[in-house]
Ligand binder design. Structure first.
Ligand code: ADP
Ligand code: MG
Length: 417
């Protein structure tokens, strides 16, 4: 007769986790590990002190999602699972920090794709528990804003108006400092980066679309097509980009050089699978024109294309440049208005779309003529990364804002609401 094994059930309430040792830091940690897995980049960073980044690794999933024209949540989770642990090891090695020397773990806890967030949060909790060190739950959008703190002191940067523009977010905030944020406006439909990605899919430029449009737009005329600059009635700091995307689609459908009656399938793939919740299911952005011969390095002047084809490429570059100009005008207009309204003298622009060359230039010009100081992280720190999570995590830690080990990630999490 086999010995029966009595399952040991704990009756300890979950609050035991909340009471786990939380160390209170008033200074910066010696070594902090930061993890970011909110969408389609796995990122790990090691920070020393307030802002010294010892290692920062980013693994992009662009190749995984590219055939679908947008982020597929299930594939994103699996890709995070595959790479997060080895990347953590590599980041610690590169930083020359032993795991037992870590003082704290910061992790993006939302907003984002819930399954993707769970991968990072689970590892962060396991490490904080095993090492007996504090866990810090970081807000992804605030981390984008905090990227400027990697190069500047808080006193230089705040108070400021912050525009956060990425694949999932388009928000304007009044920011007094870390943890002191008031929302001013947001998109009512598509995020700015989402609009770039969808229009790039219409133009068959591949995914992610923002960098491809940015490159191709340099060859086009931003005044070639007068796309709308949408406003939201009664909400001066809100945005709406879905009408602009529709205007591009209508323009393409009606513009003969781009529509030589071709098949709808192609590199862009179906957009039904993208992570954005705002794309109505069943809507397919399937233009009727042919894909470009190659995307990325395309130039109407340099490409060895037949004569008619060269005009066609130039036409597409004009659409890209005109669309981009419309987005930039709207983003700049709302941001400058917000700065005037709040009376602040500093402007922060962050998030993946802040890497856009036309937006950087447009914002620089507008801020200069209004006498505003502009802070934009370098392009590599605009898209998702863990250095920004680390720098904000260290601030939260110093403020005593640690999380308990029963932390749950949040797919929706309003900042300052
Ligand atoms: P998310 O949290 O949504 O993944 P990221 O901060 O990583 O956001 O930004 C990704 C988004 O930024 C994508 O929509 C991408 O197309 C856009 N993007 C990246 N680089 C550029 C660029 N140079 N111009 C315009 N958009 C860009
Ligand atoms: Mg991303």
């Amino acid at each position: 007769m086999g010995q029966s094994v009595r399952q040991k059930r704990t009756t300890t309430p979950l609050s035991f986790l909340s009471d786990s040792p939380i160390h209170r830091f008033t200074d910066s940690p010696k070594f902090l590990l930061a993890i970011e897995t909110s969408c389609d980049e796995t990122a790990v960073a090691v920070l020393s002190g307030e802002r010294r980044i010892l290692a920062s690794l980013v693994s992009s999933q662009n190749q995984v999602h590219s055939p679908f024209g947008g982020v597929v949540p299930e594939l994103a989770c699996r890709a995070h699972m595959d790479v997060l642990a080895p990347m953590t090891r590599q980041a610690l090695d590169e930083a020359g920090v032993r795991v037992r020397d870590l003082d704290a773990i910061a992790v993006t806890a939302g907003p984002g794709l819930i399954g993707a967030l769970l991968v990072g949060v689970s590892q962060a909790k396991a490490m904080a528990f095993a090492l007996g060190i504090p866990l810090v739950a970081v807000h992804h959008i605030e981390a984008h804003i905090a990227a400027v703190l990697l190069d500047h002191d808080d006193e230089d940067v705040f108070p400021a108006v912050a525009l956060v523009v990425s694949g999932g977010h388009t928000h304007l905030y009044d920011v007094k400092g870390p943890g002191r944020v008031r929302p001013l406006g947001r998109t009512r439909d598509d995020a700015a980066g989402e609009a770039f990605d969808k229009v790039a899919a219409l133009l068959r430029l591949g995914y992610p679309g923002g960098p491809a449009i940015d490159r191709l737009a340099r060859e086009g005329d931003p005044r070639a097509v007068a796309f709308p600059r949408p406003r939201v009635e009664g909400a001066p700091f809100d945005f709406s980009f879905s009408g602009l995307k529709t205007a591009v689609r209508r323009h393409l459908a009606g513009s003969s050089p781009l529509t030589p009656a071709l098949s709808p399938q192609g590199r862009g793939g179906s957009l039904d699978a993208v992570c954005s919740p705002s794309l109505p299911s069943g809507e397919r952005d399937t233009p009727r024109f042919s894909p470009l011969p190659s995307h990325g390095e395309l130039s109407p002047e340099s490409s060895p294309l037949p004569f008619g084809e060269r005009d066609r490429v130039r036409g597409i570059a004009d659409v890209a440049a005109s669309f981009q100009a419309a987005v930039v005008d709207v983003l700049v207009d709302r941001t400058i208005r917000a700065a005037r309204e709040t009376g602040v003298r500093n402007v922060i622009v962050a998030g993946g779309v802040a890497a856009n060359s036309a937006l950087r230039k447009g914002m620089e010009g507008a801020c200069a003529s209004d006498g505003l100081r502009l802070f934009i992280p370098p392009p590599a720190l605009c898209t998702d990364n863990a250095a920004m999570v680390a720098v904000l995590g260290a601030r939260y830690l110093a403020m005593g804002r640690t999380a308990s080990l029963d932390l749950n990630p949040r797919d929706r999490w309003g900042l300052g609401e």
